[in-house]
Structure formats: C-alpha cells, structure tokens
Write a protein that binds this ligand. Sequence first.
Ligand code: NAP
Ligand code: HSE
Length: 436
Amino acid sequence: MASVDVPVALLGYGTVGAAVNRLLNEQADDIERATGHRLRIVKALVRDLDKDRGFPAGSDVLTTSIDEILADPSITVVAEVMGGVEPAGGYVLDLLRAGKHVVTANKQLVARRGAELFEAASEGGVQLRFEASVCAAIPVIKVLRESLLVANVHRVLGIVNGTTNFMLTQMEVGSTYEEALAEAQRRGFAEADPTDDVTGADAAAKMAILATIAFNSRYELSDVDTIGIDRIDPLDVAAARELDMVIRLVGQARLVDGHVDVRVSPAFVDRHHPLAAVEGAFNAVMLQGDAIREITLEGPGAGGVETASAVIADMASVIGTMGTGFLKNDAVWRSLPRLAPGDATSPYYFHLSVDDRPGVLARVAEALAENSVSIARLRQHQNGEGRAALHVVTHEARQGALHAALETLAALDEVHRPPLPFPVVSDRGFGDFEWE
Ligand code: NAP
Ligand code: HSE
C-alpha cells in the first residue's frame, strides 16, 4: 500500500499536545504500517512561542495565529488539545465550518456546546470525534457508540476523574489533601485550573457526555447534580475505613422508567466492589445493558501520553473513514425527561455531630422514621467534650425523603453542623458486611 503523508495541526502544545507529537514521531512506522498514513504535525497553536516544551515541536510549527491553520488547505484534520470553553469553542466551530475534521480532548466544550458543534460538523460534512475527552486512554466512547450500538445500555457507573482518584488513594495512605493535589498537578493529571477536578465539574462533564451517548438524549453539564471531593470531612475518611469501605468520586447515569438521572459525588464504596480496587489516576466505567449484562472498562484516566493515544486513534479513525463513516456526528435522536432529583434512590452514609445525652438518638431515629428512611448501620464515637459523632448508613432511600429527614435533623438544637449525605455503592446486601 502506498503511504500517504497527512499534514495535521494541533490547537495547544501542552501536556497532551507535546505527547501527541512525541507518539506520532516515535510510532510513525507503526501507524503507517497499520493505516497506510504518515501523520505529520505542521502547525500547533500556543500562547507563548518561547516556553520550554517537553518534546520540541520542530521549526516553524508553533504559531500564535489560528488563521495559519484555518487558511491552510493542506490541513484537513485538527486536534483541539488546548482546553477551556473559549476561545477553543470558537476556533473549533470555525474549523468545522471551514471543512476541517476535528478531534477534541475537551470535555467541558463537548458537555457545554455539543449540540452546536455537532450540528456545525454535520453541516460542514466533516467529523467531530471526542474519545480523549472521557477517561483518556480508555476507549469508552467507541465502545458505547459502535460496539454497543444495540445493547440498550441503561446504567453507566464509574470513576471518571484521575486527579481526584489519585488524591483519594494518596489520602488513604496518609497524604494531606494539599500534598495529594500538588502531586497530581506535578504528574500532569490535573486540569490547568484544578478547581474543575476537585469540585467534580470535570467528572460531571464526562458523565454528561456518557449519558448523552448511552441514552441518545442530550444531557449537558448544568443538568448533572454534582458534589466534589472538596466537601469531604476527614471524619468521613476515618468512618469509611471503619465501615470496610473506601471513598471514591463516583459518577452515575441511569435510565429509570424512561427518565434520565445523572449525578457525581463522593460515594462510600464497599471494599469488595470493583470500583474500590480502582486506585491512583486510573478510571473505570461499568456499563450495564439488556444485551450485555455488565461490561467494565478500566485503565489510565489521565496523563499526557495516555490521552495522546486516544487523540491519535481518533485522528487515524477520521482519516480512515473520511466520507464513509457509518456514525452520525451527533448521537442524539430523542429527548428524554429528567428524573426529578428527589426521586433518585440509593443507600446513603451521613454523619451527625450531636450532643451526647439521653433522648438524642431517639430524636434522630424519629426524624428518619417519619420520612421512611431505614437505618442499616449505626456507629457512635464520643469526642470527650460532651458531643458524639453518629455515623449512619441507610437502606435504599429516596433522595427527597433523606433530604427532608436531614433538614429536620439539622434544625434540632442537639445537632451541630448540617449533615452531608454520600451515596453508598455496594453489590452486597448489608447483611453480608462483616460488621460486628
Ligand atoms: P495544558 O498542559 O495546560 O496545555 C494547554 C495548551 O494549550 C498549551 O500549549 C497552551 O499554550 C495552549 N493554549 C491554552 N489556551 C490558549 C489560547 N487561548 N490560545 C492559544 N493556545 C492556548 O493542558 P493539557 O493538560 O495538555 O490539556 C489539554 C486538554 O486535554 C484539556 O481540554 C484537558 O481537559 C484535556 N485532557 C487532559 C488530560 C491530562 O491528563 N492532561 C487528560 C484528558 C483530557 P502555552 O503552552 O503557550 O501556554
Ligand atoms: N483532569 C482530568 C482527570 C484529566 O484528572 O481525570 C483527564 O480528563
């Protein structure tokens, strides 16, 4: 097969961009043998031409002008690896409208402006691919869209942020929150501004994308009910250990009676559940569907080379299927209603700081019982200053009912600080826990 030289461009030449160039150079022969194409980066958009780069871009490759890429007819495929919603969003729209295929690693862009971008791609007769935007090296988009085309997926459960998973596992072995975050930034897992990682916004964007393609109904970032790891109390970490669980930032998208529910929050995960074994910057996504029962994909969820491998695979897919791709750009063909937030159900963990005196436990039990919330497990620790910490695990409860009970509890004089509930993830019945 005659080899074809394909000039490509990058928007961004940071952690991911430099890794894309390095892999394209180091594995050029393998890519050529597999696809018949030799991908060559001819332009890369940056802000600062003088910055030191991990892998040099080559002479005349770096530019600060998007017009050099837009106006170059030899560039037909562009990878957006710069991040942010603007100016990245405007650049991607202009590229699609100019008839250039785009591959993006930018989950915030796809989760906020997907409708507009996919429409522009379809109108321009070009492809917009986004594998690297969710879970870096794990090929979950391709699996959901192509391999599971008729699997009727109704639940996606996963750990989809590498930074926070790395931080939580470091904190389990004694690192402070600040030390763990600094190390995640040093290793290139964290976003340029790690606020998106720790507040759950990064995971929420990925869950919005996964829900959209799993259920073929648009779900945007603002639709995702999100709590980040910045809300975790050290008391919760200690309680999880005692309850034979670990804390993980878990995303869940469910189709319940034709209604969609998508949420991200720290969860208490049973140590025997597969998600508890996911450590460091690894991610895992469990897909449940009628035809497949359950498929779990696990692998590196962040990092330059890990993300670059997905970017390059998308570029190769675009080049190999130009004009022949069997998928429409936009996975959306219906509009499903959202599940009312209060109707979502889960077992929950919460802790209460209460006065340690007669009758307090009875009041707590009464508030829960009045809202039909049943206690599965209860632990109490004295703090020696006339107060006690109550750690409560409930049976499956409606979120609305739990919140009503917690509001009643927060209003009691004997309860200090409003409690924050976390979902519990477990495949075992509570009777199977070896709690004494
Ligand atoms: P990064 O290291 O901060 O690199 C960003 C690059 O974009 C830099 O080269 C920067 O230029 C350039 N850039 C940013 N704003 C620009 C602007 N307004 N005009 C021109 N150039 C601009 O970020 P990254 O870690 O590579 O991440 C890039 C994208 O990949 C993000 O969307 C991120 O969410 C996604 N992603 C990252 C990972 C990961 O593990 N790092 C994993 C999956 C997905 P300068 O170098 O001149 O500053
Ligand atoms: N900051 C992201 C993470 C990068 O830690 O998962 C991968 O999207």
